[in-house]
Design a protein around this ligand. Structure first.
Ligand SMILES: Nc1ncnc2c1ncn2[C@@H]1O[C@H](COP(=O)(O)OP(=O)(O)O)[C@@H](O)[C@H]1O
Ligand SMILES: O=C(CO)[C@@H](O)[C@H](O)COP(=O)(O)O
Length: 470
């Protein structure tokens, strides 16, 4: 499917008259954590592609696993516990790799494949991330994994930027040779394969800059500065920021920074993002975003004290499942009126983001900007709630596809990176983000009172489901 998607995109660009000969460098991004399993002999096929045929026809037999595990897979709890035990516990793994073991992280996914399908594993000559897989298609050979996306595997030592032998050993045998060596995210990994030169007219010297994860690419696309918070409202909701000194914890992730090898980024991921908003929209707002917006406009900040938790699938941050609604008197109730339900969902989602971000040490400062991206950042009324809950202005960039823009910036930076030009210098003429929402007067009083209330109820639900926190 992914290979065919690339065929279709390039064909559409060709048909629309796109001038490939002007492309000096390219880069790209893939959803984080997913993995692709190249069958023994696949590299041979990759290096000898015929420009007369689409890629998907030629690469059909190149994969040892046909359904790639992606980030939404959470079936690897056993492997997570094994990995943490092997390195001395969850905090030790976090100090080493930037995160405790997470089900979607690639090392645990690989361990499960090795345990359940050892034959397919032994017939695999290379394992790519979705990002390095896409880069490999452009290179016509295996692309290395970049440090930033590599940090989402529970395998890379984020300080030393090398694979952790202890983690590799705990996941599967001969893993290092199947992964190849990781590289800095701004590396030029080679020139585009002759397939693209002959079929589409790319210039032969067109450089391929290492591809990275969608969230790291978004950080680049938003030109995040220290003190800012980026909120991506895609299929999942993610929140990330630039860090100089990493402090890995039991919640959240530290990744190597995609545009500056000396620095880091922190990321919190919330699984019940747009899909949950869509469900509530369908149930309470006649499947219409404009009805959904009307509910946000017609209800008060603070929702009269009504608070809601909406996790139809097991949430990552915090680990709660189910819908839980509370009245202003903290009584659990089974339903809300339709408009209260919608505000409870959106306020709850953003209060959770603020509480968990502050748990990692983030502080909203007077100069803090919130940079919003992703599909739901098109919705002004959702952004207004975001500004109110955080008490900070919300900006959007002209295109919601910040991961794509970030990839273009990173390709451009790749052209200059060998001369040590910083990323900020390369993108300084890019358009500035646009102000989309400022906090409503009185918002901070409302949410300062509600945030501790929300945090307390979250703890209550957690202790009901897994016993009191130690
Ligand atoms: N006007 C809108 N209001 C709220 N959400 C929206 C709106 N338009 C699109 N979305 C949401 O955006 C989501 C897709 O976001 P996108 O960033 O494209 O996803 P991905 O995570 O796949 O990159 C959809 O699931 C949809 O629910
Ligand atoms: O798992 C994470 C981040 O850790 C996800 O954010 C994935 O990177 C995919 O994101 P979407 O673009 O599908 O929301």
């Amino acid at each position: 499917m992914w290979v065919k998607a690339l065929d279709i995109i390039l064909e559409k660009m060709k048909t629309s008259g796109f001038d490939f000969s002007q492309v000096l460098a390219l880069s790209g991004a893939g959803q984080q954590h997913g993995s692709v399993y190249w069958k023994t002999g696949a590299s041979q096929v990759l290096t000898s592609l015929s420009p007369n045929l689409p890629l998907h026809e030629q690469l059909q037999a190149c994969f040892s696993i046909s359904d790639c595990p992606v980030w939404m897979d959470s079936s690897t709890t056993a492997q997570c516990r094994q990995l943490e035990a092997a390195v001395g516990g969850a905090q030790a793994l976090s100090c080493l790799t930037g995160s405790r073991a997470y089900e979607r992280f690639t090392g645990n996914q690989i361990a499960k494949i090795y345990q359940q399908n050892p034959e397919a594993y032994s017939h695999t000559e290379r394992i790519s991330l979705v990002s390095s897989f896409a880069a490999s298609l452009f290179l016509g050979s295996y692309s290395p994994i970049d440090y930033s996306d590599g940090s989402g595997m529970n395998l890379l030592q984020i300080q030393g930027k090398v694979w952790s032998q202890a983690c590799l050993g705990a996941c599967a045998p001969h893993l290092e040779e199947k992964l190849g060596s990781p590289v800095p995210s701004c590396s030029v990994v080679g020139a585009v394969s002759s397939y693209y030169v002959q079929r589409y007219g790319f210039p032969p010297g067109c450089k391929v800059v290492a591809f990275t994860g969608d969230n790291p690419a978004s950080l680049a696309g938003m030109r995040l500065e220290e003190g800012d918070i980026a909120v991506s409202l895609g299929t999942s909701d993610t929140l990330f920021l630039w860090l100089q000194e990493p402090t890995p914890a039991l919640e959240g992730h530290i990744f190597c920074n995609p545009v500056d090898t000396q620095h880091y980024m922190a990321l919190l991921c919330f699984k019940n993002g747009s899909l949950m908003r869509e469900k509530i929209r369908d149930e309470s707002a006649s499947r219409s975003w404009s009805e959904f917006s009307k509910a946000l406009q017609s209800t008060e900040m603070g929702n009269g004290g009504n608070l809601g938790f909406y996790f139809d699938v097991m949430e990552i941050t915090p680990e709660i499942v189910g819908r839980h609604r509370f009245s202003a008197e903290n009584r659990e109730v089974s339903a809300f009126p339709w408009d209260v339900e919608i505000r409870a969902l959106i306020e709850g989602q953003f209060m959770a983001k603020r509480i968990h971000a502050e748990g990692l040490g983030y502080r909203v400062m007077p100069k803090t900007k919130i940079l919003a991206t992703g599909g739901a950042s098109h919705n002004r009324d959702i952004l207004q709630v975001l500004a109110d809950v955080f008490g900070a202005p919300v900006y959007v960039i002209d295109t919601a596809n910040s991961a794509c823009v970030g990839s273009a910036y990173r390709a451009f930076h790749g052209l200059a990176a060998e001369t040590d030009v910083p990323f900020s210098e390369v993108v300084k003429l890019a358009p500035n983000p646009r102000l989309a929402a400022t906090p409503t007067p009185g918002a901070s009083q409302v949410y300062e009172a509600l945030l501790p209330q929300y945090a307390k109820l979250e703890q209550r639900i957690l202790s009901q489901t897994r016993g009191p926190l130690q």
